[in-house]
Structures are given as structure tokens and as C-alpha cells.
Ligand binder design. Structure first.
Ligand SMILES: *[C@@H]1O[C@H](CO)[C@@H](O)[C@H](O)[C@H]1NC(C)=O
Ligand SMILES: *[C@@H]1O[C@H](CO)[C@@H](O)[C@H](O)[C@H]1NC(C)=O
Ligand SMILES: *[C@@H]1O[C@H](CO)[C@@H](O)[C@H](O)[C@H]1NC(C)=O
Ligand SMILES: *[C@@H]1O[C@H](CO)[C@@H](O)[C@H](O)[C@H]1NC(C)=O
Ligand SMILES: *[C@@H]1O[C@H](CO)[C@@H](O)[C@H](O)[C@H]1NC(C)=O
Ligand SMILES: *[C@@H]1O[C@H](CO)[C@@H](O)[C@H](O)[C@H]1NC(C)=O
Length: 469
């Protein structure tokens, strides 16, 4: 018998005792004492019962008293709580802009039906919010009540403004472009934060993990790194947890895009040819996994990624002289094995809506998106000629370097860097968990792995002119 059951049964026993009738005394004097005891017992039992009910609320949450439901909703409306604690599911809302919270909490497994889930911290860092009906290509910020998202966006806009006001640090031709990291929580994680704060326990980072990760970043890309020492400007980490393609595009349009000129326009090279020495920035992008996580199908996610990449290239083209080449290190979606979130999407995003059979993994969707990327990115290079793109892939380098080698000297194709385990393609589940403890975000060890792949990408962009590894 569990402790919980014992707690539940103890008062019931008292009730059983009391069920024996209080006898009407045939000899009042004689029975008075016994009935007095029964009344006393009744009073004590009532007190015990009430105590059990109220104390039990803390332990059992929703199952205790109905009054906690309103409280729960109020808590859920609190942004920080929403993103760090409860495994509460946002239901499909009927409002077009998707801002409102339904008051109904939909349980997703038996444990939840027993009433445990609403207050129990889970592996889910934020509740499921269905975005499958949104246009992934239409720039749109998060709702105004998402205070943490807005606060971080403002902070990033400020950082971009400060960066744009800095004087580029180069006195000779030895300079390297500024690195701009764009993305969601995985990119924001480079700063050791989520929505600007230390991530909650659901991230499953160890003690001091945040500062370890910042050290990893410093070592590879920071101002004292091999790259940083020669960079025109310090790197920018422009990631916001939960970001999806549509809000990423909005972020670009609303201040999270650096525009300052870092080098004088090269004379005589405005014929649109790609020249390393004219390159001012390299944009490192990872976006789209939260489209899938919000219940968006792969095709829409691909459309969103396409729109995001094209927006970035358009903004580079519009904001710089024709001689300035665009450079993107584009990351495939990282593998994610947080299967419980895939299950949680149903309804409405189910494998079979008739039988309400949920998806049990994101991986088929991730693969579908990643398979579409090479051709998608080729389209970008075709439409924005003075552009170099390196695609970082989690495929293993099986010796087939054909796509890399065939076009290595062409400005009109992308280059693919197959990083395998350095992009988390671990065959071994345990190894995967050692690098991605919550099965979605890297820890310091994982960021260290990924940094190697990113540096391969940077080296490739620079035509192997620099030694990074
Ligand atoms: C969270 O994930 C870890 C590792 O995948 C697992 O060991 C743990 O049981 C999970 N916790 C919950 C509450 O599901
Ligand atoms: C990055 O982390 C540092 C240290 O925690 C913090 O002071 C800073 O505000 C963070 N930057 C952003 C943009 O969140
Ligand atoms: C463009 O200009 C650069 C520098 O002047 C030159 O090296 C290159 O050959 C030119 N490319 C074309 C296609 O004319
Ligand atoms: C969903 O399940 C029902 C009942 O088993 C089946 O008839 C139907 O074909 C399934 N639909 C899909 C899309 O698999
Ligand atoms: C393919 O490229 C990788 C990295 O660029 C290199 O390490 C590997 O040796 C190449 N394989 C072949 C068969 O050329
Ligand atoms: C490389 O490409 C050529 C032509 O596309 C093909 O015949 C060859 O088998 C490929 N090599 C490998 C190792 O896949």
C-alpha cells in the first residue's frame, strides 16, 4: 500500500467507526458516557477530515479541491511559470490570432487523468501550443502577453544597436567577418540562458552548465578565440527560446539584423563575384524545429524555413553594397528525441485523428525537412548570386563527397558538410543523452561537439583559408 493510499484510507476508517448507530439510551445514565465518546469521536473525525482535504491539496494538486483549478490557471498565465514548470497543455483555441488560453486543461496520459500532471514539473519546458494553422512565412511576433519573449527581443535589439555603433576593429587585411548566430533555444543556449534566464530543471543541465557553455562559446567563437581575435566585431547570439520561422522573420525585420558597414566597399569588385575579402558577416542559422514542435507539418515547416532564409538574404542584399557577399552557415534541424512532446501534440496533430493515435517521434518529420534542405538552399543561391552557403548536415561522411567536390569552385551551388556525430547523429542512445540530456537541447559537452561542426562550416566558407580545427 502506498503512502498516498494510506492517507486516503485512514479517515475512511474513522467514518466506518462512526457508522455504528448512536443508540438512544434506554438507561440514560448508563449510556451517557459511551455516547459522549461517540460525539467526541465525530468532532475529532470531522476535524481530521477537513485537515486531510486541505493539506491534501498541496500533495495532490488538481485532485484535491476544485478551487485549485482557478489558481492553476492564474499561475499558468504567469509567463515564467508557464515556461518553466507545469505540464499543462494549451488546447486548440478558436481565436484567429492564437493568443487566448482555453480554461480546459487536456490531460494526455493516464497519469494526468489521475490528476497528477497539472502541477508536476515534467520534461516539457513549456506547454504545447498548437500553431499548425498559422502561416509559417508571415512575419508575426509572439502575443503581447509573452513578456519574456518580448523582453529578450528588446535586449537583442539593443545588442544589435550597440554592435552597429561599434567601430570595426581591423587595421590590416587579416580580418575575419563578424559571426551572427540566429535561432531558437538551441542558439540562445550558447549564452547559457532560456528567455534570458537560467533554464529550469527541465533542461536537465548540470550544476554550472550555463557558465560551462559560455566558456565553450568563448573558446571557439568569443573575442579571445582564434576567430574572435581577428573578427571585425564581437559575435552576436540572437536566439530566443521557442522561436519559429514566422517570429524569426519578424525579429529580423524589427531590429535583430545588424546593418553597419564593416569594411570600405572594395573598388572594382562590384561585378557580383564572390570575394572573401569583401565579406562582412557570416550568419549562422538554425530555425524550424519549433514549427514541428508546435504541430506544424513538415511541408509548412519547409516553407517557413525557405521564407526565413530568403528574408535574411534579401535584407543582406538591401542593406549592403553589391560587392558585399552574403554568407550563411545553415544548420539542418538537429535530431530530437523528446518523444513525449510528439505524443502530446495529439489532438490536434495526430498520426490518425480517427483513432487519436499520436505520433511517437519527431524524427520522421525532422528527416523530411532535412532531406528538402539541399534543394531549398540551392534555390537561394540561384536567386541571390553573390552568396555562399554551407549546409551542416548530421549525415555521416561515408566517403561520398560528391556534392561537395563537384561544385567546390562554383558560386552557384551550396556546399554540404557532413558532420555526423558532431551534429548529434549518435547511433547510441546513451551517447545521445550524454550530449542532449533533455533530448532536445545540447549541454556543454554537446555544444563542444557542435562547435567542431560549425568551425568546419566556417572553414569551408573561407575556402579553407584559415585554420580553425
Ligand atoms: C525525463 O527524461 C529523462 C531522460 O530522458 C528520464 O529519465 C526521466 O524519467 C524523464 N522524466 C519525466 C518526468 O518524464
Ligand atoms: C547572457 O548571459 C549573461 C550571463 O547570465 C546575462 O547577463 C546576459 O543578459 C545574457 N544575454 C542575453 C541576451 O540574455
Ligand atoms: C569581378 O571583379 C573581380 C575583382 O576586380 C575580378 O577578379 C573578377 O574576375 C571579376 N569577375 C567577373 C565575372 O568579371
Ligand atoms: C485511421 O484509423 C482508422 C481506423 O483504424 C482507419 O480506418 C483509417 O484508415 C486510419 N487512417 C489513416 C490515415 O491511417
Ligand atoms: C570528404 O570530406 C571530408 C571533410 O571535408 C574529409 O575528411 C574526407 O576525407 C573526405 N572523403 C573523401 C573520400 O574524400
Ligand atoms: C559520384 O557521382 C558520380 C556522378 O554523379 C557517380 O557516378 C559516382 O558513383 C559518385 N560517387 C560516389 C562515391 O557516390
Amino acid at each position: 500500500m502506498t503512502t498516498d493510499e494510506q492517507i486516503r484510507r485512514r479517515p475512511k476508517k474513522k467514518f466506518t467507526l462512526l457508522l455504528s448507530p448512536i443508540t438512544v439510551p434506554s438507561h440514560p445514565q448508563q449510556h451517557h458516557r459511551r455516547n459522549y465518546m461517540k460525539y467526541l469521536l465525530l468532532v475529532i473525525a470531522t476535524a481530521l477530515f477537513l485537515t486531510w482535504m486541505f493539506a491534501g491539496t498541496d500533495v495532490r494538486g488538481e485532485s484535491g479541491l476544485s478551487s485549485s483549478r482557478a489558481g492553476q490557471r492564474a499561475k499558468t498565465m504567469n509567463i515564467h511559470h508557464k515556461f518553466s514548470k507545469p505540464n499543462v497543455i494549451r488546447t486548440i483555441n478558436n481565436e484567429k490570432d492564437g493568443d487566448s488560453w482555453d480554461s480546459t486543461f487536456v490531460p494526455y496520459n493516464e497519469e494526468d487523468i489521475n490528476g497528477e500532471a497539472a502541477i508536476k514539473p515534467s520534461n516539457s519546458s513549456r506547454p504545447f501550443q498548437y500553431i499548425g494553422d498559422m502561416d509559417p512565412t508571415k512575419p508575426q511576433p509572439w502575443p503581447k502577453d509573452e513578456a519574456d519573449w518580448w523582453a529578450l527581443h528588446e535586449k537583442l535589439v539593443e545588442q544589435v544597436r550597440e554592435s552597429d555603433e561599434m567601430l570595426p576593429r581591423h587595421t590590416n587585411d587579416d580580418y575575419l567577418p563578424q559571426l551572427v548566430f540566429y535561432g531558437d533555444s538551441i542558439t540562445e543556449g550558447w549564452n547559457g540562458t532560456s528567455f534570458g534566464n537560467t533554464p529550469g530543471p527541465t533542461r536537465m543541465w548540470g550544476a554550472g552548465e550555463s557558465s560551462k557553455i559560455r566558456q565553450v562559446f568563448e573558446k571557439h567563437f568569443g573575442e579571445s578565440s582564434a576567430w574572435g581575435k581577428r573578427a571585425l566585431l564581437p559575435p552576436l547570439i540572437l536566439g530566443i527560446s521557442g522561436s519559429r520561422t514566422y517570429d524569426f522573420i519578424w525579429r529580423l525585420e524589427n531590429g535583430e539584423f545588424p546593418t553597419s558597414r564593416l569594411i570600405a566597399a572594395q573598388t572594382g569588385s562590384d561585378n557580383g563575384s564572390f570575394e572573401l575579402k569583401s565579406m562582412e558577416r557570416i550568419h549562422i542559422v538554425l530555425i524550424g524545429t519549433n514549427n514541428l514542435g508546435g504541430g506544424m507539418v513538415p511541408d509548412s515547416t519547409i516553407a517557413g524555413i525557405d521564407a526565413a532564409g530568403r528574408k535574411l538574404l534579401q535584407m543582406i542584399q538591401d542593406s549592403s553594397p553589391r560587392s558585399t557577399p552574403a554568407a550563411i552557415v545553415f544548420n539542418e534541424l538537429l535530431p530530437r528525441k523528446d518523444d513525449f512532446r510528439a505524443v502530446k501534440m495529439c489532438p490536434p496533430r495526430c498520426k490518425n485523428l480517427t483513432t487519436m493515435e499520436p505520433y511517437t517521434s519527431f524524427m520522421p518529420a525532422i528527416h523530411k525537412v532535412n532531406e528538402a534542405l539541399p534543394n531549398l538552399l540551392r534555390g537561394w543561391v540561384n536567386d541571390y548570386p553573390n552568396t555562399r552557403i554551407v549546409l551542416l548536415s548530421s549525415q555521416n561522411d561515408d566517403g561520398n563527397n560528391n556534392s561537395t567536390q563537384k561544385n567546390i569552385n562554383s558560386n552557384f551551388d551550396i556546399r554540404i558538410m557532413r558532420c555526423g556525430e558532431e551534429m548529434f547523429a549518435f547511433e547510441n542512445e546513451q551517447e545521445f543523452d550524454e550530449n542532449m540530456p533533455d533530448r532536445l537541447h545540447p549541454n556543454a559537452k554537446g555544444y563542444e561537439m557542435w562547435a567542431r561542426c560549425l568551425k568546419r562550416g566556417l572553414t569551408e566558407i573561407m575556402d579553407n583559408a584559415i585554420e580553425l580545427l
